[in-house]
Design a protein around this ligand. Sequence first.
Ligand code: SAH
Ligand code: DHB
Ligand code: MG
Length: 221
Amino acid sequence: MSDPTWEAVDAYIGDLLVNEDDDLRAVHEANAAGGLPAIDVAPNQGKFLHLLARIAGARTVLEIGTLGGYSTIWLARAVGPQGRVVTLEFAPHHAEVARANLERAGVGDRVEVRVGRAIDTLPTVEADGVGPFDLVFIDADKKGTAEYVRWAVRLGRPGTVVVLDNAIWDGAVADRDSTDPDALGVRAGLEVMAQDPRLDATAIQTVGVKGWDGFALAVVT
Ligand code: SAH
Ligand code: DHB
Ligand code: MG
């Protein structure tokens, strides 16, 4: 569900406050040319993630769900040249498009794309001792959300920021009758945020070019 007035406001915000540069614009073109779905975060959302990472002073970021690396570039710019982003992607073709996009944007040297199911690559990230991560952005398959929230705590430290995309899922997350496996997956992730005493969380609804959705935000205590 989208709405022309929501899209007009996103365009207004994009022009006024975000101003995507050529490297970010090129991601949309390369993703479309490569047949990737246009489900990356919106420009104003990418900037939002970037600002959250800067506010947190993040130097190490874990992203679960790379696609073409659009959100990855926003996060990589936030950690600076000495920072590290590890981003996990299941589809080899998505990872290949992402690597080219990251190189073009000049952040290839600070980003590692790990290919595989996140549930399989997360233990390798732990084994390699890359963390603890200052910020974790969860944006992969929605059915895995609860496990990804648990991994964010495991690979974080007190103060780690956890951001979950698609936390509202067209309102389905609060629909007690929903049988949509994605909605149930997101809800399970929110329930982990509610129940795990090491997390303090909220969620914010959003409307815009991506319709009605939102972010959940948590801090590891
Ligand atoms: N964060 C990206 C969008 C990610 S879209 C951006 O805003 O630019 C979700 C991505 O998660 C897709 O590329 C999909 O292939 C990937 N994905 C799906 N299931 C996955 C899994 N089990 N492990 C890792 N990645 C997965
Ligand atoms: C879908 C996935 C996303 O991460 C998103 O932000 C929007 C849509 C999807 O799978 O449809
Ligand atoms: Mg998403």
